[in-house]
Ligand binder design. Structure first.
Ligand code: FAD
Ligand code: NAD
Length: 395
């Protein structure tokens, strides 16, 4: 009979780890596996706050896909997916179409703007290599502009909307980047303002309050101004308007206010919540036993019935179960249930500083910063072994 065809959409955490696992577990001629991705590289989303601020080179946050997969076992197609047609078992690409027996959707998330006027149009977001290269260049350009128009203080005002982990990690890097930029452009550092604006009554809502306090103090000492319990209600070409009506002028607004699933899932007719599919215990889309959904495109409920936060960590664990279930389906064996095991959370606050919970232990400062590097290196090892650690590892 015909060899079953597996198509994986997206080479992010979920997609690339599924592909790597499949190439290890499948026997010769057991399945045709095709991986589709917009770019010929995998980017390490969890590093993007650094190249966005300019504290690290974007090259360190990406890896060529052909270095990670074995082309004898997996076909790689560099193309943009434009439509998923689950009833026809088909996906449309910018060039051509692919039919599948099994589909893995790992297309990642998109910025959630909650319909805030102007946010899509005027704010920048940290989501890909292209977007962070743009942010880095944009920031530098504001310093250059200021030298020509020294009355424009708004060129040196940086607004980061949302103090979740992405916002906090980014302001940590941005604060580290300001002193060298001021030196390079002969700008008085006291003229630069970084605002991190958060609607909830605290930064990092839901995280350990003692660690949040520590993080805010570290960031304040580096020059970040927090505006807590303050919602942004509009973004304009000149800055933001707060719920209070107050206007903050800034030539740079970076939106880190949340993520939602990929818009193609709604368009495909799947039932979604904020663009994400609530998957069954085997990680499949309801009603489609041959469609697996991973990472930021999926929702997995915790035992209390609340969604787990969308992270790289859960995406990779899902990829392991997804690969297992694909192989089991093809062999007519039993499928596994997915169960998330949190290894903890560690967030960077810029050079040498971080906070985290590992197991039940709270960590902070340089210990946490070292742990963050260990986690980053461990990921490189998982996908690319020692050679990748040596080429891309930051120590
Ligand atoms: P992604 O990793 O987002 O990958 C999606 C892939 O799909 C990309 O390769 C993209 O190019 C491709 N793609 C998208 N659209 C198309 C299309 N139409 N056609 C073809 N290809 C397409 N999580 C943690 O667990 N720990 C952390 O420390 C952490 N730090 C973070 C730091 C930052 C700055 C950010 C922004 C996020 C961080 N996260 C962290 C969250 C984590 O990065 C995401 O949850 C994770 O990337 C989701 O993985 P994914 O596989 O769903 O998709
Ligand atoms: P998030 O949804 O976790 O945080 C967004 C923040 O923006 C929230 O605190 C929210 O209250 C705030 N916000 C929303 N609307 C607002 C408004 N109008 N005005 C002001 N503030 C507003 O999003 P994120 O930080 O991008 O994180 C996304 C996912 O990635 C999460 O699951 C997170 O855990 C994960 N992540 C993890 C790490 C890490 O582990 N180191 C780092 C980054 C992201």
């Amino acid at each position: 009979s015909r060899i079953p065809r597996i198509v994986i959409l997206g080479a992010g955490y979920g997609g690339i780890v599924t592909a790597i696992r499949l190439q290890k577990e499948l026997n010769y001629n057991e399945a045709d596996v095709t991986l589709v991705n917009k770019h010929d590289y995998h980017y390490i989303t969890t590093h993007l706050h650094m190249p966005a601020a300019g504290t690290d080179n974007p090259e360190n946050a990406r890896v060529n896909i052909l270095r990670l997969i074995d082309e004898f076992k997996i076909d790689f197609v560099k193309s943009t997916v434009t439509q998923i047609r689950p009833q026809e078992k088909k996906v449309l690409l910018e060039e051509g179409a692919l039919s599948y027996d099994y589909l893995v959707v790992g297309l990642g998330g998109e910025p959630e703007t909650f319909g805030i006027p102007g946010m899509k149009e005027y704010a920048l977001s940290i989501r890909s290599i292209n977007s962070v290269r743009f942010i880095r260049e944009h920031i530098e350009y504001q310093f250059a502009r200021f030298k020509r128009e020294p009355n424009r203080k708004d060129y040196l005002t940086f607004i980061v909307g949302g103090a979740g982990f992405t916002g906090i990690e980014f302001v940590g890097e941005l604060a580290d980047r300001i002193p060298p930029l001021c030196k390079e452009f002969d700008v008085d550092p006291s003229l630069v303002k970084i605002y991190n604006i958060e609607a909830a009554p605290t930064a990092l809502p839901g995280f350990d309050p003692e660690l949040v306090e520590y993080a805010m103090n570290v960031l304040r000492n580096k020059g970040v101004t927090f505006r807590i319990s303050t919602a942004i209600k509009e973004c304009t070409p000149d800055g933001v308007i707060l719920a209070t009506g107050e206007q903050l002028k800034a030539a740079t607004v970076v939106w880190t206010g949340g993520v939602r699933g990929n818009h193609m899932l709604d368009e495909a007719g799947f039932e979604t919540m904020r663009g994400r599919i609530k998957v069954d215990a085997k990680l499949r889309a309801p009603g489609y036993d041959n469609v697996y959904v991973l990472g930021d495109c999926s929702i997995v409920m915790n035992p209390e019935g609340r969604p787990y936060p969308p992270t790289a960590q859960i995406s990779m664990q899902q990829a392991g179960v997804c690969a297992h279930n694909l192989v089991a389906s093809i062999r007519g064996e039993r499928l596994k249930d997915f169960e998330y095991k949190s290894k903890g959370t560690v967030a960077s606050l810029g050079r040498g500083e971080a906070i985290g919970i590992v197991g039940t232990r709270k960590i902070k400062g340089s210990v946490a910063a070292v742990m963050k590097k260990v986690i980053d290196v461990r990921y490189l090892y998982t996908i690319g072994g020692l050679p990748l650690v040596l080429r891309k590892g930051r120590f």
